[in-house]
Design a protein around this ligand. Structure first.
Ligand SMILES: NC(=O)c1ccc[n+]([C@@H]2O[C@H](COP(=O)([O-])OP(=O)(O)OC[C@H]3O[C@@H](n4cnc5c(N)ncnc54)[C@H](OP(=O)(O)O)[C@@H]3O)[C@@H](O)[C@H]2O)c1
Length: 289
């Protein structure tokens, strides 16, 4: 086992934490790039090496890359992600990183109606042009996004989303993490872009039915307009740009263009990806009253 480190940016988030668990299970030495050491200590397991750095502060990244061989980056949805990714690529190049794995999004395209998806397309293009050995992950939405609705479902038996009757092939974050850990520890992934979906495409009426079956109590999906969804997110205190960009991407999902089931996840996992029903069973308590 190599003693050089794999640097994880976005380590305290949903995917970063799942990836660290998957790498630690394989005894891969990891270093987590975090904005707040104190905040990360509360989020990440003891024993994970932490380095303070901010993707928006390029000078803070060179020390983070000291002794690093491979690197992974995911960031939150925000207005300046293209610049944040670029700073990370530059630091990785200066450190002669042997592999950079970048978390993107399914359908990344310069002409997407969603700004978040256009940002992913731009930062994927930057990575390909950087000269770095890279792998790009393009997952569909996560099963775990339904945890945002779990409190409402538990208390009222309803959830409200602007997704109409469209189906989506959502994927489990645990499977994305397992796939990413494989990519970081086996050969053959340089220069590849993987489209990652779950094993099936479900409408949100199907999603409601599955949650109802698993929790043993009714669940109603109530389709709402993108405008109502955006207003509700603002009312909950979400910043203007975030509420708008999330409503925009949901309007894209509502067209049904994210229903495609791809083979990449099954091939990389060597088994069928976790179904939405598997996910709900494993998180049943969150959906109960
Ligand atoms: N949700 C979906 O269904 C879906 C589907 C496909 C793709 N995606 C993509 O997935 C990404 C979000 O993934 P996630 O849910 O795992 O993220 P997340 O839970 O929002 O976590 C984001 C991470 O990025 C870190 N971060 C943000 N700004 C930073 C900065 N300036 N410097 C250093 N670290 C910074 C955060 O650190 P702090 O702890 O300091 O905040 C956090 O660790 C987005 O790019 C989104 O487009 C999402």
């Amino acid at each position: 086992m190599s003693t050089s480190k794999t640097l994880i940016a976005g380590a305290t988030g949903t995917n970063g934490r799942a990836l660290i668990d998957a790498l630690v299970a394989k005894d891969v030495p990891v270093r987590a790039l975090v904005r707040s050491i104190e905040g990360a200590r509360a989020t990440l397991s003891d024993g994970i090496e932490l380095v303070q750095g901010d993707l928006g502060a390029p000078d803070s990244l060179s020390a983070a890359f000291d002794g690093v061989d491979k690197a992974y980056i995911v960031t939150s949805v925000q207005p300046d992600t293209v610049a944040l990714f670029r700073n990370f690529y530059r630091a990785a190049r200066n450190a002669s990183a042997s592999h950079v794995v970048k978390f993107s999004g399914m359908g990344a395209s310069d002409t997407s109606p969603s700004e978040v998806i256009r940002q992913h397309a731009a930062s994927d293009t930057d990575l390909r042009a950087s000269g770095l050995p890279y792998t790009i992950l393009r997952p569909n939405s996560f099963h775990q996004n339904m945890l945002w609705q779990a409190g409402g479902i538990a208390s009222t038996g309803k959830f409200y989303l602007p997704l109409g009757d469209a189906a989506q092939s959502t994927i489990d974050v645990r499977d994305i993490a397992e796939i990413t850990s494989t990519i970081l520890t086996t050969d053959g992934h340089i220069g590849k872009t993987y489209d990652l979906t779950g094993p099936e495409s479900l409408s949100f009426h199907d999603v409601a039915r599955i949650i109802a079956e698993v929790r043993g109590a009714p669940v109603d999906y109530v389709p709402i307009t993108p405008e109502a969804a955006e207003q509700a997110m603002r009312d909950q205190g979400m910043p203007e740009w975030s509420a708008h960009s999330l409503a925009e991407i949901q309007a894209l999902f509502a067209t049904g263009q994210y229903a495609q089931v791809t083979e990449d996840a099954e091939r990389l996992l060597g088994r069928s990806p976790r179904s939405f029903r598997d996910f709900v069973r494993d998180h049943k308590d969150a959906f109960m009253t």
